[in-house]
Design a protein around this ligand. Structure first.
Ligand code: FES
Length: 153
């Protein structure tokens, strides 16, 4: 009988700890900016993540027009790079100006969308399309150097 009580007691404790762990994970997932990347990082094999000044972000020839390429800016923040049909490049910070979640590029809508509260930004200037924020995404200056795209500091 005492054995049954112990089994029941440990079973309840085990179940309780599973519930607590699941709740903690759910709460962390809801408040942290751990968005799923939807940008295409196809050329990542040939890309050096930019964490030092002047480092190559990507090769111009390997970037696809209209697709976003996520990279780490020189200041360590997450950013996204785009190439236009006429081979111009531009980059925006991925840090949402509302509460700092990382925005994702939606290829179908051609917009940057925040997964936390739904803010939407257009992709060229980073202008707000819809809130809750009213502040545009920060621009990151990039330039073409041969076939390399580098941050212009
Ligand atoms: Fe992006 Fe709230 S953090 S909309």
């Amino acid at each position: 009988m005492k054995n049954r009580r112990n089994i029941l007691k440990f079973g309840i404790l085990g179940l309780f700890s599973v519930v607590i762990t699941a709740c903690t994970k759910a709460m962390n997932g809801a408040s942290s900016p751990t968005a799923t990347d939807t940008a295409t990082n196809t050329p990542s094999d040939s890309v050096t993540e930019s964490s030092t000044k002047g480092a190559t972000i990507a090769q111009l020839s390997s970037l696809k027009v209209g697709e976003g390429f996520n990279f780490t800016a020189n200041d360590g923040s997450s950013a996204i790079l785009f190439k236009t049909k006429d081979e111009k490049v531009y980059a925006l910070s991925r840090i949402c100006t509302h509460q700092g979640c990382l925005v994702n590029f939606d290829l179908g809508q051609n917009k940057l969308i925040c997964p936390c509260h739904g803010a939407m930004y257009e992709t060229v200037e980073g202008n707000v399309i819809s809130g809750p924020t009213t502040k545009n995404l920060k621009k990151i200056n990039v330039k073409i150097d041969g076939d390399n795209i580098v941050e212009d500091i």
